[in-house]
Design a protein around this ligand. Structure first.
Ligand code: ZN
Length: 221
């Protein structure tokens, strides 16, 4: 038996997100979609985020462009450009805890995720920072990720798993994964393990130093 919280990052994508939503609805599983802000400029994709919200999923912020990890950006306006603009695009679909998930490129939990001005922004704007503890690399291995995902679930009492509602074929195996996870005793839940949420509603509640780069201190004017 294990607890499992699912999250779907980097969408919405017309070719994938509706199918993922169908599968989750059929099984009564509630999750979080961490969306890319600029994708919501497309009305069709915005409607997919709205559908997710209406069906009980949470909609989180996963940066506006998802290009350079925030901890590696020199621009002093990074937080507004990447987080603020996305939160505006999410608008009334936002959860009260204002979920934000950074990215490091390749799923690493290290100091590429954040930088001091981004931490300031998250605390001032009462965001919650949501990390993860299971990342089966579905983008790398679209046909083989299920085995790794199940092994990660079995290795700990509560997994917060990163999957991607992106084209590429990985989500063709979502139903198989859910079947096997259920057989293995998965209890699906929507909330996040506290250890994965170092900032909650603007308050730093877990150590974050290892996720924060010193890029601003080292920047030359
Ligand atoms: Zn991502």
């Amino acid at each position: 038996m294990f607890d499992l919280t699912l999250t779907f990052d980097n969408g919405p994508e017309p070719a994938v997100t509706p199918l993922v939503l169908d599968i989750l609805r059929e099984r009564g599983i509630s999750t979080t979609f961490f969306v890319i802000g600029e994708k919501l400029g497309d009305p069709e994709r915005r409607r997919m985020a709205a559908r997710a919200h209406d069906e009980g999923h949470w909609v989180g912020n996963h940066t506006f462009t998802h290009t350079v990890p925030l901890g590696q950006q020199h621009d002093p306006q990074t937080a507004q450009h990447e987080i603020g603009r996305t939160q505006d695009a999410i608008g009334n679909l936002a959860h009260a805890q204002r979920w934000f998930r950074p990215f490091g490129g390749g799923g690493n939990l290290d100091d590429r995720l954040l930088k001091p001005s981004v931490v300031d922004y998250l605390t001032r704007n009462k965001h919650s920072c949501v990390l993860w503890n299971a990342i089966p690399r579905d983008w790398d291995d679209p046909d083989g990720w299920v085995e790794r995902a199940l092994a990660q679930c079995r290795s700990q009492p509560w997994s917060l798993m990163v999957l991607h509602d992106l084209p590429g074929g990985a989500m063709d195996h979502l139903e198989d994964f859910l079947d096997r996870a259920e057989t293995a005793g998965a209890r699906f839940r929507q909330d996040f393990p506290p250890d994965c949420v170092p900032i909650r509603s603007g308050e730093i509640v877990r150590p974050i130093e290892s996720y924060v780069s010193s890029i601003e201190e080292s920047a030359r004017q």
